[in-house]
Ligand binder design. Structure first.
Ligand code: HEM
Length: 180
C-alpha cells in the first residue's frame, strides 16, 4: 500500500497516545522505517503488522483499531489532504455512497499504482444505501465500517452502519447497510 496509509496509522496513534507509544508499536512490529513516504509503496504485511502490534501494545482488539482508523482516514487524512476530491464525491451521505464505486478510479489518477477496493451499490432508498465490498485483501471489513461512520460524521448525519453479509463467515462478499 502507499506509504500514506502507514503514515495515517502513525498520525492516529501519535495524536491519541504520543510518540513513545508509536515507537514501541513499530519496534514490536519489527519495522525500522524512520519516515513513511506517502507516495512510495510498502508491503501490505507492514500495515497489517502495525495494526496487530498496536492491538497488543494498546490492548485493544484489532477490529476496533481498524474501525477507529477508518474514521480517522475520512475525517483527518482524506478531508485535510484531499478535500476537493472528497467534496467531488457527493453533496450528502446518500449521494457519496451511491457514487462510491467510482471514487477510487479518480484517486488512481493521482496514485497510479493503487490497488483499490471495489464497491458496488446493491440497493438504495431515501434513507439507506446498501453496498457490496470486494477486495483482494482480507480482514478489512471493520475498516470499512469505520470509513462509513467517518463519512456520516463528515456529512453531520446520524447514521447506523451494519455489516449484513460477512465473507469470513462464508458469504460471497462483505455487504453493508448504512441507514439514517
Ligand atoms: C481522497 C480520499 C481517498 C484516498 C486518497 C484514498 C486512497 C487509498 C489508498 C492509497 C489506499 C491503499 C491501497 C493502495 O495503496 O494500493 C486505499 C485503500 C482503501 N480505501 Fe481509499 N482513499 C480515499 C477515500 C476512501 C473512501 C471515502 C473510502 C470508503 C468509504 C475508501 C475505502 C478504501 C478501502 C476499503 C481501502 C482498503 C483497500 C482494500 O480493501 O483492498 N477510501 N485508499
Amino acid at each position: 500500500m502507499y506509504g500514506m496509509v502507514n503514515k495515517a496509522v502513525e498520525d492516529m496513534v501519535i495524536s491519541g497516545y504520543g510518540e513513545p507509544v508509536w515507537e514501541e508499536i513499530k519496534a514490536r512490529a519489527g519495522i525500522d522505517v524512520e519516515v513513511f513516504v506517502s507516495n512510495e509503496g510498502y508491503p501490505d504485511e507492514m500495515t497489517y503488522g502495525l495494526v496487530s502490534a498496536a492491538s497488543e501494545v494498546l490492548n485493544i482488539p484489532a477490529p476496533q483499531i481498524l474501525e477507529a482508523f477508518g474514521e480517522h482516514w475520512v475525517l483527518k487524512t482524506a478531508m485535510q489532504g484531499y478535500g476537493d476530491m472528497m467534496a467531488a464525491g457527493g453533496k450528502n451521505l446518500r449521494e457519496f455512497l451511491i457514487n462510491l464505486p467510482d471514487f477510487h478510479s479518480r484517486v488512481s489518477m493521482i496514485l497510479p499504482h493503487l490497488a483499490p477496493p471495489h464497491f458496488a451499490c446493491s440497493g438504495a432508498g431515501e434513507r439507506w444505501v446498501r453496498l457490496r465490498y470486494v477486495s483482494h485483501r482480507a480482514g478489512l471489513a471493520p475498516f470499512v465500517v469505520g470509513l462509513f461512520r467517518g463519512l456520516a460524521k463528515m456529512f453531520h448525519t446520524e447514521a447506523s452502519v451494519r455489516q449484513v453479509a460477512d465473507k469470513s463467515a462464508g458469504a460471497e462478499c462483505d455487504e453493508f447497510l448504512v441507514s439514517w
